[in-house]
Design a protein around this ligand. Structure first.
Ligand SMILES: C[S@@+](CC[C@H](N)C(=O)[O-])C[C@H]1O[C@@H](n2cnc3c(N)ncnc32)[C@H](O)[C@@H]1O
Length: 512
């Protein structure tokens, strides 16, 4: 499959300058093309259905409409249409750059995907163009083994959970077409981006040049290209998809690290401590196998033991999990293989056999956040489940939760009792009462932002949290007063309230 793939785009500075000029002149942005196709077609395209967009854009002569049809939808355009969409570059220049190839005598078809990308971060609005291999929606074919991915759901998730405060150096491990590295360039002095795939690096170099962004791109596996170097921030959307090492199944470099089971993540986490600066942090995505009868966190905990022993705090969040059949279906479809293909049955069976061989019942997906705490011999670890994608500024919330993991590990109960925690502004109390009843059956403390986390509370905890609203009282004073008012024995009540307050602090529902 690889040999049939068109060559990656050329790194030709004058031609890329002409391309940039054309993309700017056409206002080839997400907003513009969505305006042109309308909300229904835009929503369908986000679901990987190009048909409504094709129907909406076909009658339009607008250059942005032509660019989307050519460079994302895979439509065949005439020379006149390509010249109209790319007046500075022209159809001949686009062909020399490797954007398009001849379809027949007077028509052209894209060789790559070049999509507009818009985002908003703490620094402001972003409008970039990202080059990648053409998606299944454009080619109608399964993806090649050396396919270079565009911006997918996982890419957006990682970009959203990555902290954006100013740092010196960033490493993007497994950069693909370069989306994480581009984001990092906004808040780092220097960005090193690595990939095992030369093809991916060629796309990343092209994307960087189109967007006039400087990246230090390096070829090699995992940390090989950065031996002996440390970074303030390491981001990675690694090839974490667990794939049977079987001849019956296509191997896709863009998502599969070539190891059995979830060993790739173990390897990355083993090497990672040596590449973090004194206060370095890392943010990663991953899959982990959950064996029958074992807690979901068993593998992440095992991987992270040596990491915490190296003085690094760790926070693991499981967002969702799938059973082996769901997982096999998800990733077979992601590669463009469908139940109508002959490859489907052997592929699904290979996946199920592979998981059965290790007694795997579920496959977890989530986030791993690491942070080195200076002057600490041993880091702390917290593992939590938070279903859903959450809302608001997740990156800041997760960094706070990571820092709090370390802080709470060092905070004795005496120090906690003497502290003056304050309830976060976005926490509300929800009471469930049977109609007409005076006392609630259930009290819940609910966070407004982040994961909208909900904690069940008894009357005492609710009263303590309710009173801790301005930092004027210590936890000991508040708990003592609540116990006196409710006639509860302080000695017996204190341990469970302390544990609950620790959880609320770890969650950001209380602040120290
Ligand atoms: C899931 S993609 C992530 C791409 C991009 N960073 C993003 O967030 O969309 C994983 C990338 O890791 C690369 N990769 C695969 N095996 C690797 C290895 N052993 N070392 C470094 N990169 C690898 C793939 O080529 C691919 O570009």
């Amino acid at each position: 499959m690889t040999s049939d793939m068109p060559a990656p785009p050329q790194l030709d500075a004058p031609l890329i300058r002409a391309l940039r000029q054309d993309l700017q002149a056409a206002s080839y942005t997400v907003e513009r093309v969505e305006d042109l196709m309308g909300p229904v077609a835009a929503a369908a395209l986000r679901r990987d259905d190009p048909a409504p967009a094709r129907r909406a854009l076909r009658p339009l002569a607008d250059p942005a409409a032509l660019l989307l049809r050519l460079l994302t939808l895979g439509d065949v355009l005439t020379t006149a249409q390509v010249d109209q969409a790319l007046p500075a570059l022209g159809a001949q220049g686009a062909a020399r750059l490797g954007l398009v190839g001849p379809h027949d005598a007077d028509t052209w078809v894209a060789q790559i995907d070049l999509s507009a990308y818009s985002a908003q971060d703490d620094i402001g609005e972003i409008h970039w163009w990202i080059a990648s291999d053409r998606a299944e929606l454009a080619t109608g074919e399964a993806l090649g083994s050396e396919h270079v991915l565009g911006v997918g759901g996982a890419s957006l998730t990682l970009a959203r959970i990555t902290p954006r405060d100013r740092v010196g150096t960033v490493l993007d491990l497994g950069c693909g077409s370069g989306i994480q590295a581009l984001h990092a360039s906004r808040h780092a002095d220097r960005v090193v981006a690595t990939d095992l795939s030369q093809r991916a690096l060629a796309f990343a170099a092209f994307t960087a040049e189109v967007n006039e962004i400087e990246l230090d791109l390096r070829h090699g596996s995992l940390f090989e290209p950065v031996a002996g170097e440390t970074f303030d921030l390491i981001v990675s959307n690694p090839p974490f998809v667990i794939t049977p090492r079987s001849a019956d199944i296509e191997q896709w470099t863009y998502r599969d690290g070539g190891r059995p089971g979830d060993v790739l993540l173990a390897e990355i986490l083993h090497a990672l401590p040596n590449h973090l600066t004194a206060e370095g942090r890392a943010v990663m995505l991953g899959n982990w196998e959950v064996s029958a009868g074992a807690p979901w966190s068993q593998h992440p905990r095992t991987w992270l033991k040596p990491v915490t022993a190296a003085g690094i705090d760790a926070l693991v969040i499981q967002r969702e999990s799938e059973d082996p059949a769901q997982y096999a279906t998800t990733w077979a479809r992601d590669g463009g293989v469908t139940p109508r293909d002959a490859a489907w049955q052997p592929m699904i069976e290979a996946w199920l056999n592979d998981f059965a061989a290790r007694d795997v019942e579920q496959i977890g997906f989530g986030y791993l956040l690491l942070g080195r705490r200076p002057d600490t011999a041993s880091g702390a670890m917290r593992v939590i489940e938070r279903p859903g994608t959450g809302s608001g500024t997740l990156a800041q919330h997760l960094q706070m939760a990571l820092r709090m993991t370390g802080t709470l590990a060092e905070l004795s109960d005496e120090d906690l009792l003497a502290s003056r925690p304050v309830r976060a502004q976005d926490v509300v109390e929800r009471r469930h009462l049977q109609p007409g009843a005076a006392d609630p059956m259930l009290i819940e403390l609910v966070q407004g932002a982040a994961f909208a986390h909900t904690v069940a509370a008894d009357q005492v905890l609710a009263a303590v949290v309710g009173a801790l609203d301005d930092g004027s009282l210590t936890l000991a004073q508040t708990l003592g007063a609540v116990c006196a008012l409710t006639d509860l024995p302080l000695q017996e009540t204190q341990p469970r309230v302390l544990e609950a307050i620790r959880d609320l602090l770890a969650e950001g529902m209380m602040r120290l």
